[in-house]
Design a protein around this ligand. Structure first.
Ligand code: ADP
Length: 212
């Protein structure tokens, strides 16, 4: 049984290979695609770190692109809400889009709470079992205690949730399932934004996505 979003309605479709392989594309573009998937509570620092990292990478001439929770919900995913089903579809679409960016030779930086393990695991699988071979999916757990997130609360969302004006808010009345095997854990309560960016650069270099 699937829900409205998981039913496969596309029939009679066949994968069409291009004339060049991914590795030929990466070589010609002098680029290596990968997805860096930031996950963590609201206000944990995902967007702040992704923005700072994007700035460093672009200044180095590395092709990267940020897919950010609220921005994507203003466009591609504007027809999705915050029910479990819609959250799952939100993340699935982001996973597919990030994979396309990564396949094009770009480093995709995604910052979404993505609270459910199964949804993130699906995105990992989409990358690892891609038709044309695996694409690196690097899960970055932005591990910030809820008390710190709540104190920072840049968008005033925790305040609203505590006042009962926001239902199903992650960490308050909806669960956050922490990653069990993330490629990287950042601790923004004790690490500066620069420390977090440096750790991401180290990971990307270790995986061959950028030069160290
Ligand atoms: P998220 O994208 O996870 O919802 P944001 O990046 O929008 O979180 O908000 C995090 C808030 O915490 C921002 O106001 C940011 O300036 C602040 N902050 C303070 N220290 C850090 C840090 N070390 N890393 C990330 N954010 C930090």
């Amino acid at each position: 049984m699937g829900n409205e979003h998981t039913v496969n309605k596309a029939t009679n479709v066949t994968w069409h290979d291009g004339n060049i392989s991914r590795s030929e594309r990466f070589k010609a573009l002098n680029a290596t695609g990968a997805t860096l998937w930031f996950t963590g509570l609201s206000a944990s620092g995902k967007s702040t770190i992704a923005c700072a990292l994007e700035q460093v990478l672009v200044n180095r001439g590395v092709h990267c692109y940020r897919l950010d929770g609220d921005n994507i919900r203003m466009g591609l995913n504007k027809n999705l809400g915050f029910s479990a089903e819609d959250r799952a579809e939100n993340i699935r679409r982001i996973g597919e889009v990030a994979k396309l960016f990564a396949d094009s030779g770009c480093i995709a930086l995604t910052s979404f709470i993505s609270p459910y393990r199964a949804d993130r695991d699906l995105c990992r699988t989409l990358h690892e079992q891609d038709q044309a071979g695996g694409i690196p999916f690097l899960e970055v757990f932005v591990d910030c205690p809820i008390e710190v997130c709540e104190e920072r609360d840049p968008k005033g969302l925790y305040k609203k949730a505590r006042a009962g004006q926001l239902k199903g808010f992650t960490g308050i009345d909806d669960p956050y399932e922490a990653p069990t095997k993330p490629e990287l854990v950042l601790k923004p309560a004790t690490m500066s934004v620069q420390d977090c960016v440096d750790a991401c650069l180290e990971l990307l270099a270790a995986r061959g996505a950028i030069r160290s």
